[in-house]
Design a protein around this ligand. Structure first.
Ligand code: HEM
Length: 398
């Protein structure tokens, strides 16, 4: 049977999981003739490909389409990647992220209260986007008045399918100018934020020179953190709310025992990974399951398919908040490109559900009225109606 895998179809955007299953079962190394890309879908194979960063290069971009190299960390190979990653990791520490919890909680509560003033609000735009956008902006120092633009640019860059590429290009040019201006401002007025820290941190680069980042390198980090730092979390929180609506028994478990929320966060990310695929380009022939991927081939590591692999997860299509944590957690990538924002992302999603369930235990979302677009490599709704219900009289945090 042929596999109808059209990454740009609305049907795939609505529900990619039947196609993923067919790929895992019938063509674990799949070649898309029309778009000329390859796809790996089984859990073990995706993990192995992540680990083999020499055979699977990120330099050609991490989506199906070619990407312009703007100096993004995610598009760097070793040895250059090592230096750049070491620098951001030095600044983006677990302690600094954990120190954000009171701020994240306060922002989350205020955003929820404001949204829930209406009988029905948009869970995505009024809540799930606002929280991570404000948190990452605070962390890297994006002024309040620019945050809406930053979100608009990021949103445009993710759009695929029926989109006006001229509008996308214009958004990209406008974003580049905003980031360049922010860097100029920050050089003139250093502050207590991550970008200023990055600006002032020295490290020995691959040529053995001790140096700091240039303005172009800083602008790339700025853009990467602002975009990756909010789009994925903004998808994860509604993905979680929709999963709880589909599986009411799991929601009841969380209401009865808030200590399950951290584990539920992992299950939300496994069940509906916000980052569905990581693109690579092979630097040599790779043979797997008797199929040879040629050198120089665009290859997708399908995380969205891997986290539903029945070879690795029992009843993978069941959302189970008590499921044993996936120790590898490939929904954050694996190997050298593993997500820089893991601690922050986990913190934000956990706090979002703690506050939501504590403040509005009867909240309802309506997945059947959610709207979606065809997107490049992420999965999530654009809009999702929510009724907050009665506020809880007794506020308690897990
Ligand atoms: C639920 C939320 C998130 C998910 C599911 C997620 C997922 C991922 C994945 C799968 C990768 C690997 C990409 C690859 O191998 O090509 C990645 C890399 C990255 N993520 Fe995240 N991410 C999330 C949140 C964040 C946040 C909050 C930040 C910023 C603070 C962030 C910053 C980055 C950066 C900079 C990289 C590139 C790392 C590298 O190339 O070494 N992410 N993320």
């Amino acid at each position: 049977m042929t596999i109808d895998f059209d990454p740009y179809s609305m049907a795939f955007a609505e529900d990619p999981y039947p196609v993923y299953k067919q790929l895992r079962d019938e063509a674990p190394v799949y070649h898309h003739q029309g778009l000329n890309f390859w796809a790996i879908s089984r859990y073990e194979d995706v993990v192995a490909a992540h680990q083999d960063h020499e055979a699977f290069s990120s330099a050609g971009g991490v989506t199906i389409e070619p990407m312009v190299d703007n100096g993004l960390l995610i598009m760097k190979d070793v040895p250059e990647h090592r230096w750049h990653k070491a620098l951001v990791t030095k600044v983006f520490t677990r302690d600094r992220m954990n120190g954000m919890e009171p701020f994240v909680r306060e922002r989350c509560a205020a955003t929820l209260e404001a949204a829930a003033a209406k009988d029905e609000f948009d869970f995505v735009k009024d809540f799930a986007v606002q929280l991570p956008l404000n948190v990452i902006s605070e962390l890297i120092g994006i002024p309040e008045e620019l945050r809406g633009d930053i979100h608009h640019f990021a949103n445009m860059l993710l759009a695929r399918g029926d989109v006006d590429m001229m509008e996308v290009y214009k958004a990209k040019v406008a974003a580049d100018e905003v980031y360049a201006q922010l860097i100029r401002d920050r050089r003139a007025n250093p502050r207590d934020d991550v970008i200023t820290l990055l600006m002032n941190t020295e490290l020995e680069d691959d040529a053995g020179v001790v140096r700091k980042l240039t303005d172009e390198e800083l602008a790339a980090r700025f853009m990467e953190l602002a975009t990756a730092g909010h789009e994925t979390v903004a998808k994860a929180i509604p993905n979680g709310a929709m999963a709880l609506a589909r599986f009411p028994s799991e929601r009841a478990k969380l209401l009865a025992d808030r200590s399950l929320i951290p584990n539920a966060v992992e299950e939300i990310l496994r069940f509906e990974p916000p980052s569905q695929l990581q693109g690579r380009t092979t630097t040599r022939e790779v043979t797997l399951h008797g199929v040879t991927i040629p050198k120089g081939a665009k290859t997708m590591l399908l995380t969205g398919a891997a986290t539903r692999d029945e070879r690795r997860f029992e009843n993978p299509d069941v959302f189970d908040v008590t499921r044993d944590n996936d120790v590898v957690s490939i929904y954050f990538g694996y190997g050298i490109h593993r997500c820089l924002g893991i601690h922050l992302a986990r913190l934000e999603i956990r706090v979002a559900f703690e506050e939501l369930l504590a403040r509005y235990p009867g909240f309802e979302v309506f997945p059947e009225r959610a709207t979606r677009r065809v997107l490049s490599n992420v999965r999530g709704a654009d809009t999702l109606p929510c009724r907050p219900g009665e506020p809880s009289r007794r506020l308690e945090h897990a």
